[in-house]
Ligand binder design. Structure first.
Ligand SMILES: [Zn+2]
Length: 53
């Protein structure tokens, strides 16, 4: 299956807590992602953290 080697990760805005981005991440990299991304709800760049389901 296609999901075998990759995980679907949600990137959540740390300000409004909404999931704005979905990215595929390879398994094995256990580091938590923190990215500055544009949040359409906050209408500015905010820090986004990954969150798993
Ligand atoms: Zn936001």
């Amino acid at each position: 299956m296609a999901t075998k080697t990759r995980n679907l990760i949600r990137l959540k805005c740390t300000v409004c807590n909404r999931a704005n981005y979905y990215i595929w991440k390879k398994k094995g990299s256990e580091k938590k992602l923190e990215l500055n991304k544009f949040c359409k709800w906050c209408a500015k760049h905010t820090k986004h953290k990954e969150s798993r389901r």
